[in-house]
Design a protein around this ligand. Structure first.
Ligand code: FES
Length: 117
């Protein structure tokens, strides 16, 4: 385990996302209302920065590029999304959000990303 402090719990408003840099690793933190989640900063579809293209609503994160959606709590795909979001282990302690940064999570974009978009 390699727990790193990412931000304070009041830095990310409810039902929103915010981007942080932790030791050179970009981490997207989401406040899902009753807790926090942390993901790699890009869309698993075509590497779009989710801080720019991501919209949070009704517990779902939508990438506005091609409308892939995920359950913000679980990272499970919704609708047309074909890949899950990766999630870091997260905990909130003493007003701080901590992420287990033992290993940077990255998507594999080498497979068939030659689709029609
Ligand atoms: S790049 Fe995000 S849905 Fe296509």
């Amino acid at each position: 385990m390699s727990w790193k402090t990412v931000c304070s719990t009041d830095e990310v408003g409810e039902h929103s996302i915010k981007l942080f840099d932790v030791d050179g690793v970009s981490i997207l933190v989401a406040n899902v209302g009753d807790g926090f989640r942390a993901y790699p900063p890009v869309c698993p579809h075509m590497e779009e920065p989710l801080i720019e293209s991501g919209i949070c609503a009704n517990g779902q994160l939508t990438c506005t590029k091609h409308l892939w959606q995920w359950d913000m709590r679980t990272g499970e795909p919704k609708g047309p999304a074909e890949k899950c979001m990766l999630l870091y282990e997260v905990k909130a302690e003493n007003g701080q959000v901590l992420v287990n940064l033992e290993q940077e999570l990255e998507y594999d974009f080498d497979e068939d990303d030659d689709d029609d978009y």
